[in-house]
Design a protein around this ligand. Sequence first.
Ligand SMILES: [Zn+2]
Length: 388
Amino acid sequence: MAKISHFRKQKSFIYLCSHFGTEFLLFLILASAVATNLFLRTNSTRAQTLNRSLFFVYLKNNPERNQPLVDAYESVKQKPEKINLASLSVGQKEVLAATSSNIKSLSGLPGPLPTLAGSALLKPNPSTSGSALPKRDIEVYEVRGGDTVARIAAAYGVSQETILSENNLTTQALIKPGQELKILPMSGVSHKIQKGETLGGIAAKYNVDLETILEYNDIEIPEHILPGEVIIIPNGARVVPPSPQRQTYLASLSKNDFQKIDVPAGYVGGSDLIWPMPAARRLSQKFWSRHRALDIPCRDCAVNASASGIVELAGWQTGYGYTIVINHGQGLKTRYAHASKLLVAAGQSVSQGEQIMISGSTGRSTGPHLHFEIIKNGVLVDPLTLVR
Ligand SMILES: [Zn+2]
């Protein structure tokens, strides 16, 4: 009998634990911080600051913990009567004290009770915490009755393919209430970096612009990415369905117009590079870590080969739009992007200064310009260091 009543006393607390799982652990972390603060309150304000900033750091590094913690806090705050205070140990009372200022008459604690520093701990000011709460996380959605992939996709503003591919579903697959779906923050796919992979290789694999991946994932130095990290490939697709733009392009041109050829290893072309677009010299964007190219604004202007070489690629590339890549041999290549019209085909030899395309605004471009890259042994280098 005594056992049962003891059990009952514990029940509400167990209910709390099982209900909030991980969040409860966080309460304990918080509780220890609060307890230390109480102890040190009169002695050292610096200690408080340190404890508080530890918690800030924890939340900053684990922003996904923030919302569940706030939610759990709200739940506890609203249902203090469900908790049998008498059955709680002192430590547990401290947790409650930290989570609710509504609970009156807690004995054995020095008053006035600390609240969650007025939720400030849980709701760091976005203007001061910078990127502490990124909106680019992968979310988990629990399917409810009546949901369809189309409806979920529309609600999150992503494509249906994004949801299907991220959850390894086929178009015929049925989703059931209770099923958990991973939702990317935008259309595309997630990719876990494998050992030996480079971002350039990943970009090529998904046929997306490296620049787009870098920008979207806030990656400054591509080499600093580590195996095991998950990045999001915006507009990337595992089962490459051609984009409408590319579909139209391919349909309106013969197959030979989209080509990539292998240039013989021993080929030697020109190594002396000239400015590729005589009509314009002003830059709208220079070479920097996340834009390793030059942007030179000009509408419908002639774009010329910077040096003699063989056209290695001519056609549409995601992000770049209509693009030409010239291989100059000896590890040197140049890329010209966003063309309104291509004038040479892959496999063709071009001489220095020969017109290869007309500048435009195709692909991921905000206005007519030439996006000009120089690639030396696979590395994008600042064209201004090499072009006269
Ligand atoms: Zn550019």
